[in-house]
Design a protein around this ligand. Structure first.
Ligand SMILES: [Zn+2]
Length: 319
């Protein structure tokens, strides 16, 4: 132990290089179907991944998997809480030591993958993890903490290392400022500005004027949210029809977490079915969440929630 090292750093450095948890073998071997889905999803049209004839004549001599699919092969899928707990590493761990020492916040800083060879259909990967390095205590803009480098090794069915990934994160002690800024009345954040485009401008202009406007095709079909084309007759022509503002609660959700400034919580979000027949997402105000019922009669109101910012909201209809 060097003189400069703290007991915590010494403990953590003793754990570097040791495996974290058990190695995990992929649920499926590298396969064409997953490669095709990946290529579709990221719009990668390199035929060496999907066209067997093309791949045969290429330098690879056959289909290979996109190297960036690496993590996809060993993903565990959705797990129940019990499964997750059963798989969690036991015993001392660097991250746990940091948590216990008060470095409870985490932010990922960078990730580097190295590919030693292309993967081919039939390869079956096993992944293992260790902590490669822990930095001295550093002062960062986020707070005081340690950078931790996690090393992940990918091996094939013969035990050959085919790729590595180094994932670096900062475990830091949250500062008073970051932990308590909102509580202590930091400048209030304003609400996000609606994203106004050619299709929905009439709606927001209507809200500013205290009117609830709905798109109506000349075939009679009403539609909301606004869009360019009638789903019934495919017409691009439409007019704005003013709704009466009366409706019923079709569905609702009470959002509690995570609180996102400047919204107030619990945040009561409703899907209102307007008398005209279309549904609209909004907030229901001046009511306790437990008083809300499906089918409850509501009516539109227009509130200036911030200077020059008028929003459509709903309230319980009286009588
Ligand atoms: Zn139409």
């Amino acid at each position: 132990m060097k003189k400069s090292e703290t007991p915590l750093l010494d403990q953590m450095r003793q754990l570097t290089g040791a495996p974290v948890g058990e190695p995990n073998t992929a649920r499926d071997p590298v396969n064409q179907a997953m490669i095709r889905h990946w290529c579709d999803a990221v719009d990668d049209r390199n035929p060496v991944y999907t066209d067997p004839e093309f791949a045969e004549k290429s330098v690879h001599g056959g289909i290979v998997a996109p190297p960036t699919m690496l993590q996809a092969w060993t993903m565990p899928g959705l797990m129940s809480r019990e499964e997750r707990e059963a798989r969690a590493p036991r015993g001392p761990s660097v991250l746990r030591l940091l948590d216990e020492a008060g470095f409870t916040s985490v932010v990922a800083t960078n990730c580097t993958q190295a590919y030693k060879r292309y993967l081919r259909p039939g390869d079956l990967l096993t992944v293992s993890h260790s902590i490669e390095a822990v930095s001295d205590e550093k002062k960062t803009a986020l707070g005081v903490g340690h950078f931790v480098t996690q090393l992940t090794c990918y091996r094939d069915q013969n035990g050959e290392e085919v790729a590595t990934m180094r994932f670096r994160l900062l475990k830091f002690r949250p500062t008073e400022r970051s932990a308590g800024a909102e509580r202590r009345g930091a400048p209030k954040r304003s609400r996000p500005v609606p994203s106004i485009n050619h299709d929905n401008r009439f709606f927001w202009d209507g809200v500013q004027a205290g009117r609830l406007l709905i798109q109506r095709c000349f075939c009679g079909k009403l539609r909301h949210p606004p869009g360019p084309m009638c789903p019934v007759c495919r017409s691009l022509e439409w007019e704005a029809a003013e709704a009466c503002g009366r409706g019923t609660v079709y569905s609702y959700v009470v959002a509690h977490h995570p609180p996102i400034p400047p919204f107030e919580y619990p945040n009561l979000i409703v899907l209102v079915e307007l008398e005209e027949g279309v549904r609209i997402v909004s907030n229901l105000v001046d009511i306790e969440p437990e008083e809300v019922e499906i089918g409850m009669a509501v009516r539109a109101r227009f509130d200036e929630v911030e200077p020059d910012r008028i929003l459509l909201q709903f309230e319980r209809a009286k009588g």
